[in-house]
Design a protein around this ligand. Structure first.
Ligand SMILES: Nc1nc2c(ncn2[C@@H]2O[C@H](COP(=O)(O)OP(=O)(O)OP(=O)(O)O)[C@@H](O)[C@H]2O)c(=O)[nH]1
Ligand SMILES: [Mg+2]
Length: 313
């Protein structure tokens, strides 16, 4: 289970922080990638601090895995945010014109100085595994940057030219030393931003089942053929056990193999086999939800309080 005591390869992270700072002077704009499934949890507060004086475009990646309605709300909440999917190519074409629009004044000055046609330089930053190198390859039209489905693939900076008038600086991924809350660490782990080797898979599987049952009940119960009503009030471990039982995951003694069920739910979430899911609601939704979820005191008294399925994970 991710907790505040886990260290995320700190040497590498410190080096990346330095790389960002040292190269800011060579770029016109910072393109920050966030995972469309967790736009809030994947936002590195250190990147904000390090790059606060640079123009910025925020790009939500992996849009084909996220809930399209939530993605739309996220984009509506921020005038400088786009959504893309580098596998399907969706949204990628909008990046270059948007970057040029953001930098319009600067580009006009270049033109006045006779530097017409000078390529814009953009630094691509974001958490590990968010899709930085994939985006660089999409825009660069080749396989110049190494891409793999694990965090920590890109280890140093790499310039890639494109035919759309932007030079891209691919960077290693960067996390921050301490997560403000447990949810952030869990969500980063669900989506594959943290090395699986340092995580407790079973605990993570429990937490994911809890969130899916709470936020995407129909998709979750349909995928694993679970009776949603019968599971009302179930603990996260009971939810994971129900998945293991339905899938027939048993150990040799007949006990449920919840470890294997956890691995499967995590894999299937990462591949969007359960459905297109966004775990971080857009800002205005959060306000609505707070109102919706605030227990009505009269109701709470009547049923003896709402069950808190998440309290023991
Ligand atoms: N479905 C989907 N998968 C994506 C997308 N972008 C990246 N991926 C996948 O995510 C994984 C990581 O992609 P990379 O481009 O290597 O990520 P990165 O941010 O460069 O990662 P590091 O270099 O480790 O920091 C790969 O398996 C990609 O195929 C996307 O838009 N949609
Ligand atoms: Mg990379």
């Amino acid at each position: 289970m991710p907790s505040q005591t886990i260290q995320w390869f700190p040497g590498h992270m410190a080096k990346t922080r330095r790389l960002i700072t040292e190269n800011l002077g060579s770029v016109d704009i910072v393109i920050e990638l966030l995972d469309a499934r967790i736009p809030a949890s994947s936002k590195n507060p250190e990147i904000d601090r390090l790059t606060e004086h640079k123009p910025r475009l925020t790009v939500l990646t992996k849009a084909s895995l996220a809930d399209p309605q939530e993605t739309e709300k996220w984009i509506a909440s921020d005038g400088r945010m786009l959504a893309v999917d580098t596998v399907t190519g969706e949204g990628v074409k909008a990046i270059a014109p948007t970057v040029k629009k953001i930098l319009a004044d600067k580009l006009k000055k270049y033109e006045e100085k006779g530097m017409k046609g000078r390529a814009v330089r953009a630094m691509i930053v974001g958490i590990p595994n968010v899709g930085k190198s994939s985006l660089v390859n999409r825009l660069g039209g080749g396989k110049k940057a190494k891409v793999e489905n694990r965090p920590g693939v890109t280890l140093t900076k790499q310039w890639v030219t494109t035919s759309v008038g932007i030079e891209l600086l691919d960077m290693p991924g960067v996390l921050w030393p301490r997560f403000d809350d447990r949810t952030t660490g869990e969500r980063l782990a669900f989506t594959g931003a943290i090395r699986d080797a340092i995580l407790d898979t079973e605990a993570l599987g429990c937490a994911l089942c809890r969130d899916l049952y709470r936020e995407y009940r129909t998709l979750f119960c349909t995928r694993y053929k679970l009776d949603a009503d019968a599971l009302e009030g179930a603990t996260p471990y009971e939810l994971l056990s129900a998945v293991a039982r339905k899938r027939g995951f048993l150990l040799s003694g007949g006990e449920l193999n919840t470890e294997r069920a956890a691995e499967m739910v995590l894999d299937e979430f990462r591949e969007a086999k359960i459905g297109r899911i966004t775990l971080d609601p857009a800002p205005e939704v959060r306000r609505e939800e707070r109102a919706e979820r605030a227990p009505d005191p009269a109701e709470a008294e009547k049923d003896g309080g709402a069950p808190d399925a998440g309290s023991d994970v």
